[in-house]
Design a protein around this ligand. Sequence first.
Ligand code: GDP
Length: 366
Amino acid sequence: MSDAIFCAGCGIPIQTLDKKQLGYAPPSALERETVICQRCFRLKHYHEIQDVSLTDDDFLKMLSKIGQTKALVVNIIDIFDFSGSWVPGLQRLVGKNPILLVGNKVDLLPKSTNKNKLKNWMQHEVKELGLKPLDVLLMSAEKKIGIQEVAEAIDYYRKGQDVYIVGCTNVGKSTFINQLIHQVTGEEEVITTSNFPGTTLNFIDIPLEDGHSLYDTPGVVNHHQVAHYIQDREYKIVMPKKEIKPKVFQLNEAQTLFLGGLARLDYVRGGRRSLVVYVSNDLYIHRTKQENADELYENQYGELLKPPSDPSYKLPEMKRHDFVIKDDEMDIVFSGLGWITVKGTDAHVTAYAPDGIGVMIRKTII
Ligand code: GDP
């Protein structure tokens, strides 16, 4: 039997028999020096995403293999979508292995963001979730900020062992690894990165100098992210590409902000105050009176309130979340969409988002 060939894009074993299964490549592709599967090929050349037949269980099983080896685990999270990019049960999956926590996409936050406050906040949050990272770092894989520091920290903490890069889909693992490879070899875009979640399918093995390896792992899909509820073209509007310009609204009681047709925040009670919206600069924010909000949503969903830009596109029913803010300024987070900081204390707000999308309250991060 000949040696298995692996896709240079996503790491899946290549097969030439079944077009519908993962890893398919036409036989002619095997003659090329670098073989990529049809899915990665289409993704790279046409920016099309094909459905994958891996289940969450498969993903988690693949990750739990890490628990059986000795290695440094680098957990990348998207700081724009912290809770949405959290890998549930990570500590358990990776066993006793040390974890380095890296917050990616720092370029999206306003320049004025206090990085130390953010790192302390991350430390605190992950501790609550049961994770004790060795260290917390920030970077922008895409804008090449902080890559060197992360690379040095990996080298320092791995103590001569293998490295696994883990994270939810779409946090920027492939972008980061491509940057690392680029630094070492000068090659561009070896691994497929894309606008769409879920592009990395299997462990990709990148040899390190001392005979050990750095592995890119498949992303775990976090179903609470807004990305899973909207169409690809709308995802591009919702996902910020550059530094977010916070939008400040002075609201009276009983006023409402709509984030397109995807989410809504009612400022119910607490006197006049400012709310600061951190979402993609391209996402339309509409302000109205709370008493008109239901009717407006009914009539303008998919019209004025978009995305979705098609009124017939059905989202799950809007689910209501009530929050009381007492002694501290708080962020109301819509997973994958962004967050709204409610300035000051003593306020009542009600958030709405399609059922299934994570909505939560947290201490302000900016
Ligand atoms: P993976 O699924 O974790 O491997 O994520 P990818 O590397 O494919 O990246 C997912 C998306 O996030 C792509 O659209 C990237 O362009 C984008 N991305 C990755 N790193 C950054 C970053 O540092 N800043 C910003 N703004 N976007 C990033």
